[in-house]
Design a protein around this ligand. Structure first.
Ligand code: BGC
Length: 371
């Protein structure tokens, strides 16, 4: 009898710990007369993520440090207004084309397509009004095990010059092992190009801390794509060996960032596309970041062929958000993606999507601590 009672108690305790609190929806402001919300996802381990349906942006991620103290590790704001005016893409979903398209144009099936240029005559992150400035439909698709929020956006044929009605769904899931999974899918009714990503800025010491230069970074990439003066890829795929771009065995980010290196000067630091070694699977991490003072670790898993590693070189302290001023190099972005400007480089993996095909890709940012 005694055993039976403790068995019942144990199953009750287990099912309780596996149940996640429902997603909370809170007001975040208004855009064009439409109410914008923020959604709070919590897992049983205590990790918390907030996401807004404006730009589908991740606005905060709270994870424990080695002493179990929760801290926010991403740059964000506490209302929608700053997201409308910023040009830094804080936390946002990026589309239709992550990073740059040279001369803001590309050819597909013999036709030339023009995107409204928003940087030196080139298109950055989808043109003048990218997915980061769109209102997404948000739906709670949580299961008993994991809170999940699904974002949907229908980008009409010709929006920002891109062909095809593009139906995009992005699902954010917070798993039980402190992983934030981003699952992107899309279909089109005309041949098009597509490169979706997320532009969250991380500082594992806590948002608002001065720099990320002491973070230690490992990237499983033997190659990267060097850039020209406009930060467009030159088309060359270069070995990292013997350069400040060699993060294969783990390096402190600041250890070589100020070296007299042409590529670092062009990027004002790291702002480069790293070509991830194959296989591109979710079975092993592609990037690992460690922050010694808090013991926080972030591992990035992705099925994408590349990652843009950006050290916040264009942040200048003028944006003031949760945690303080967002200063020069006070965060890193790890934008899992296809190579920049692929539509104009036939030697890069293709970013074309055709009717009848399904675009599907997954990236997970997983947090843990070490002593
Ligand atoms: C780019 C940077 C750009 C930044 C905008 C990054 O993905 O690589 O060059 O300045 O986005 O915030």
């Amino acid at each position: 009898m005694k055993t039976a009672i403790s068995f019942v108690a144990l199953t009750a305790a287990l099912s309780f710990s596996a149940t996640v609190p429902p997603i909370k929806q809170l007001p975040f402001g208004e855009v064009d007369g439409k109410p914008i919300s923020i959604y709070l996802l919590k897992n049983a381990a205590g990790m918390e993520v907030t996401i807004t349906n404006y730009g589908g942006a991740v606005t905060s991620i709270k994870v424990p440090d080695r002493n179990k103290a929760l801290g926010n590790v991403v740059l964000g704001f506490d209302s929608v207004a700053p997201y409308q005016t910023t040009t830094s893409y804080f936390g946002a979903l990026i589309g239709r084309y992550g990073n740059r398209i040279g001369k803001a144009e590309f050819q597909l099936e013999g036709k030339v397509y023009h995107i409204p240029a928003n940087e030196n005559g080139n298109a950055l992150h989808g043109g003048t009004t990218g997915f980061n400035k769109r209102i997404w439909d948000a739906k709670d698709v949580s299961t008993a095990k994991a809170p999940a929020l699904e974002m949907h956006y229908l980008s009409p044929d010709g929006e920002m010059g891109f062909p095809g009605n593009l139906d995009v769904t992005v699902r954010y899931t917070l798993d039980a092992k402190n992983g934030l999974e981003i699952d992107y899918s899309a279909t089109t009714d005309k041949a098009t190009v597509l490169n979706l990503t997320n532009h969250t800025y991380f500082n594992l010491a806590g948002a608002g801390n001065d720099t990320v230069l002491k973070h230690r970074l490992t990237i499983r990439a033997d190659h990267y794509t060097p850039v020209d003066g406009a930060l467009l890829p030159t088309g060359v795929v270069q070995a990292v060996e013997g350069t400040p771009f060699d993060f294969r065995h783990g390096n402190v980010i600041g250890s070589r960032i100020n070296e007299d290196n042409e590529q670092l000067k062009l990027g004002k630091g790291y702002d480069h596309n790293f070509v991830l070694n194959e296989p591109h699977t979710l079975k092993q991490w592609a990037v690992r970041v460690e922050e010694r003072s808090t013991g926080r670790v972030m591992e990035v898993f992705t099925d994408q062929p590349a990652v843009q590693f950006y050290t916040g070189n264009f942040l200048d302290g003028t944006a003031h958000g949760v945690g303080g001023d967002f200063k020069f190099r006070s965060a890193i972005c790890l934008e899992t993606q296809h190579y920049p400007d692929s539509p104009n480089h036939p030697n890069f993996p293709s970013t074309e999507l055709r009717p009848g095909e399904k675009y599907h890709t997954v990236t997970i940012y997983r947090f843990s601590t070490e002593e």
